[in-house]
Write a protein that binds this ligand. Structure first.
Ligand code: COA
Length: 299
């Protein structure tokens, strides 16, 4: 076998798309990969694609990007034959050279038979992500919140306060100014009314954002709502504020005909998962993060 690993060029596009769609077609809520998907990843997200070639034929591909959750091997695919794992091993070894910091991860379905292949490459399961879902069949009673707290929608001039409260709650820069405009562009008819906030002594102390699940709805002709981000500033946690805002946001979606509602949360986020289960959310899907420390060789 003489396999060469080389950079992707746009001439590879049709073969790359075919290979990725063939590999990922049975994945959870699969949406077909199109040229726009690849271009967006390369041109907007700085993704790096490598191609494996044998006898001038593409037999594998891998993609790396530095994203929201860290440095990630986003796609890995090779033609389904006895050489698949060998080609994938070569691609992973090559793409790891593009990792800038010390850790890289990939995402697999919990229980996937591929987990053992990634173990062989030195990757270990460490945390994961839940896709959680709840049905919206009626409005729900709002949990009681402490005296002096008002629960309401965001006002158009309050984006700065929203960003500050959100980032204080997360403890890192989860939100940036301009987020509202991005959501308006990406998720029409989203506007400030879709953001539920808790106010205490003139300050926003907790936030829950609702949106239509636009991409999914378009693809599957559905009417699904989406929740997130959600956060309460540390001094006000444990006072039922996020619970009340989540109920309010679910009612908001229900009244506009959305059902079900979904969100993503990390499996280690005990407060978030506990709160959501109490409100009737179930785990719809579970992805595991497989992580590796890539040891840098300095010469
Ligand atoms: C998750 C978060 C939004 C919860 O906000 P909150 O206003 O404190 O939540 P509530 O007071 O409404 O909590 C409601 C329930 O969640 C659970 N919960 C909240 N904090 C918890 C904790 N530290 N450990 C375990 N369960 C917890 C409890 O069951 C609680 O109900 P109880 O008080 O009756 O037992 C808050 O911890 C936060 O901002 N975290 C950082 C940002 C984040 O992770 N956001 C979610 C991402 S999807």
């Amino acid at each position: 076998m003489v396999v060469q690993i080389r950079d992707f060029t746009y001439k590879d596009m049709p073969n790359l798309i075919r290979l990725l769609n063939e590999t990922y077609k049975d994945s959870y809520e699969f949406s077909p990969i199109i040229e726009g998907t690849i271009r967006f990843q390369i041109e907007e997200r700085g993704a790096k694609f490598l191609i494996a070639e044998e006898n001038n034929e593409i037999c594998g591909a891998v993609a790396y990007r530095d994203g929201f959750w860290g440095e990630e091997i986003r796609w890995l695919a090779a033609s389904e034959n006895q050489e698949r794992t060998l080609i994938e091993d070569m691609l992973v070894r090559e793409i790891e050279k593009h990792v800038k910091r010390e850790k890289v991860f990939t995402t697999l379905d919990e229980g996937s038979p591929r987990i053992s292949e990634w173990n062989e490459r030195g990757y270990r399961a460490e945390g994961g992500l839940y896709h959680m879902t709840a049905t919206l069949k009626d409005t729900m009673p709002l949990p009681k919140v402490p005296e002096g707290v008002s629960i309401r929608s965001l006002k158009p001039e309050e984006e700065k306060e929203l960003v500050e409260a959100g980032n204080k709650g997360f403890g890192w820069e989860r939100l940036k100014l301009g987020a509202l405009q991005e959501w308006k562009n990406d998720f029409p008819p989203f506007n400030e009314e879709w953001v539920q906030v808790a106010e205490l002594e003139g300050k926003i102390v907790s936030i829950v954002v609702a949106k239509p699940d636009t991409y999914y709805n378009k693809l599957f002709s559905a009417n699904r709502g989406y929740l997130g981000p959600a956060a309460t500033i540390p001094e006000c946690q444990g006072k039922s504020l996020a619970s009340a805002l989540t109920c309010k946001a679910m009612d908001f979606l229900f009244e506009r005909g959305y059902d079900p509602v979904v969100l993503h949360t990390q499996e280690q986020n005990v407060p978030s998962v506990t709160l959501l289960k109490k409100l009737g959310f179930k785990i719809g899907h579970h992805w595991k993060f497989m992580r590796k420390n890539v040891i840098r060789q300095y010469s």
